[in-house]
Design a protein around this ligand. Sequence first.
Ligand code: KG4
Ligand code: ZN
Length: 359
Amino acid sequence: MPILAIDTSCDETSVAVTHGPFVLSNVVASQAQLHQKYGGVFPTVAKQAHQENIGPTTQAALQRAGVDWAEIEAIAVTQGPGLAPALEIGINYAFELGEEHTKPVIPINHIEGHVLSVLAEPKPKGSQWHNLHASLAPNLPALALVISGGHSEFILVEEKVTYTRLGWTIDDAAGEALDKVGRMLDLGYPAGPVIEKFSQHGDATAYNYPLPMTTSGDYNLSFSGLKTYSRNLIRELDQAGQLNKQAIYNLAASFQRAVFRHITHKLEKVLSAHPEIQELWLGGGVAANTELRKQLRATTKKFDAELEKKGQQARNLPLKTPYSKKLCGDNGAMIGVVASTKPLRNSKKFERMPRLKIN
Ligand code: KG4
Ligand code: ZN
């Protein structure tokens, strides 16, 4: 039976109805506009907006799915990681609904949501949930890249859907770095999509960004050096009276390239050390970026060319991305997909876990 799934981890209030991998509805009330003037997510503003939006968003999700409460099997809700006051609203509301409609409330890890977001499937047109074969059949082991505003991680997904975090950012997340540099350039919030657009008009080789952490010997990431490099560059250009439109386009393109080059450089190392990986999965807000997808595909091609040069067989790793860009950013549907892999029984109250990890 379908699951009602709630995510209020950051600045989107999202509620979805899912059945196995199938997304029957996925309603996202974004607060991006409200946070514009702060240049980032302002926690008390987020909390209030979640409080106002959660009821209507839930109604809309049920209505769009054409499912009533009697047909809902369980309520899934993000337990963490995320902003504590924002998580609290979703969890409290889930328990209120659980009590009112006598349904179990299942705690879900938000990062696991981004990992499994690639397995979500659109509901076939005209079909009803009763007719859908609702099971997930992932091709494992897979390497999941979760690249968002809060996380940048390489996660090995193995049989029975178990997770091992192979590498993570030791400072900012990739999306956070894009947002912060965007803020230095007055591009508004969130700046990731604007940087992507500006990059299309710029020369990505105009500025010579460093490649971080090349000798660290691990799969971790670090974006704060690239951020500092940007800050200095912007200051120098500004002082020289050269911070014109084209310079900003070039800066966006060069910075974006540096962020993605860092990710693909570490990806190559992970792939070399893990020949068992069958697929690449890309999730998280930054996964919406077309250039990132292109760079990841180019990396696996280059990797295969090198294998063939050594007389080995190419791995032809497919890159899986969510079926819609709406499923890259925070959304309830991915929480529902994760819940479909869990036992749907729970009677215990649980608390928010703002710093929850995946393994
Ligand atoms: O997954 P998400 O909605 O929230 C977190 O869990 O963090 O990710 C939001 C992040 C923001 O940093 C935003 O700038 C970035 O994703 N983002 C993008 C694009 N769309 C959203 N970054 C680069 N290119 C995009 N097209
Ligand atoms: Zn997220």
